[in-house]
Design a protein around this ligand. Structure first.
Ligand code: FE2
Length: 431
């Protein structure tokens, strides 16, 4: 057999040792005994090779703008939105492109292969839209960038938002966004969900709404979202992002709600770093965590992916494009501490998030795109524990980023779990 790239001595996320052969941008052979002529040989040295990290929820038009035009002093979601409103008229299209490109460089070296970014369309000039459409094209050889038309100020609350959203979709934005909990009333929120889902159904597009990002247990727009998805036949194509109010809802109501979410095949995307930072701000003590009900959604068969949401912007002044950081926070806040649960958290920033985005040919099987990451870790749980160093990023069968191993004292000589990986691997669909 002959390859463009042959990866030797890899360990796959399921614990199996394998070589991976790539040709024509695809994976053409995977197995313990795969060998042959190859233009490039990469020795994985017995370390973990995983499909790329996938960030299913980000704001690339705001990233790396920290301090512009001032800092968020209260640290709240609402001051962040106000601050963003101050920056929007000041920033230029070129400035947004420059920041986004810097972020994409970082993301690629951190092993991210796909990002779904919301882009604020509440700007009559649509600077963010034009900027990110340009960025989407520039980074396409390295990164799949999917854009969501996001009406930050409310598609009904802002008098120009609906028209701007339609203009953004006409220019090539991929997904319909929304923010029903930010509309003026519950009724307006429900109406926005209906109108936006109808628009997506007409255009054959996916939907991803910021939904119920509050601690208000009566914020129940996800119920309307599930209803509209089922009514319009959009099953499997719609995502509820954040869903933080579910943390605070009455248990009986949630028991009904989750079955409706599962019936609609909604994807759920909590954003653990941002949710733990922004929710519970009106509480004294005890202070709510604000992360949606991850174990219960999983148990009902709902696909859950973790998103990063923000890096150095009006809402969050930290972050470094590290999806292992995101997964580790989701793990802690959700108390997902069993071996199987921790292993699942790795899926939440890889395969599950790929499913949220509807990525095709994602994975490490023959026929998949030859996109993957070599981590300095023996298995997914160790990768989470160490926030494993990214040794190489491969895209289309080409090594696009590579760094030397780092030496540290945190690697354990004996890891009992690696003796029998199947003992903690998730069964079947990991969603
Ligand atoms: Fe967001």
């Amino acid at each position: 057999m002959s390859f463009d790239l042959l990866v030797k001595n890899a360990v796959l996320p399921d614990g199996m040792a394998a070589n991976i052969g790539c040709a024509g941008g695809k994976i053409t052979a995977v197995g313990r005994d795969i060998d042959g002529e190859s233009g490039v040989v990469l020795d994985a040295g017995g370390q973990l090779v995983t499909p790329p990290f996938v960030d299913p929820h980000f704001h690339m038009d705001a990233t790396l703008s920290l301090g512009l035009p001032r800092m968020n002093t209260s640290g709240t979601l609402l001051e962040g939105i106000a601050l963003w409103g101050e920056l929007k008229p000041q920033q230029t299209c070129d400035e947004i492109i420059e920041r986004a490109m810097r972020y994409c460089d970082l993301a690629i070296t951190m092993g991210i292969g796909a990002i779904r970014s919301h882009v604020d369309i509440c700007d009559d000039e649509l600077k963010g839209v034009d900027a990110l459409l340009e960025v989407r094209e520039r980074v396409a050889p390295y990164l799949d960038l999917q854009l969501v038309a996001f009406p930050q100020d409310g598609v009904l609350r802002d008098p120009n938002a609906m028209q701007n959203l339609i203009r953004a979709l006409d220019r090539g934005v991929d997904v319909v966004g929304g923010i029903p909990h930010f509309e003026r009333t519950m009724e307006e929120g429900a109406k926005s969900v209906r109108l936006l889902c109808e628009m997506a159904a007409e255009r054959g597009l996916r939907v991803d709404m910021h939904c119920d990002e509050s601690d208000d247990p009566m914020s129940r727009h996800v119920e309307t979202l599930a209803f509209e998805v089922t009514r319009l036949g959009l099953q499997g194509r719609v995502t509820g992002s954040h869903l933080t109010s579910m943390h605070s809802m009455d248990n009986y109501y949630v028991s009904k709600l989750i079955s409706l979410i599962a019936e609609a095949e909604l994807h759920a995307v909590p954003n653990p770093l941002i949710n733990i930072m922004l929710q519970g701000r009106h509480d004294t003590y005890p202070k709510r965590r604000g992360q949606t009900r991850v174990p219960e959604l999983r148990a009902a068969g709902v696909n859950v992916g973790f998103g990063s949401d923000c890096v150095m912007d009006p809402w969050y002044s930290l972050g470094r494009a590290d999806m292992l950081d995101v997964a580790a926070m989701g793990l802690h806040v959700g108390q997902l501490s069993s071996r199987a649960d921790m292993r699942w958290c790795f899926d939440a920033v890889t395969v599950n998030s790929a499913s949220v985005m509807g990525l095709e040919d994602y994975g490490l099987e023959v026929g998949c795109n030859a996109n993957f990451v070599l981590l300095q870790a023996d298995d997914p749980i160790e990768a989470l524990r160490l926030r494993a160093h990214r040794l190489a990023t491969v895209r289309g069968g080409k090594v696009i980023s590579q760094t030397a191993r780092i030496e540290h004292a945190l690697e354990l000589p004996n890891r009992p779990e690696t003796l029998d990986p199947s003992a903690y691997a998730p069964k079947g669909n990991s969603g």
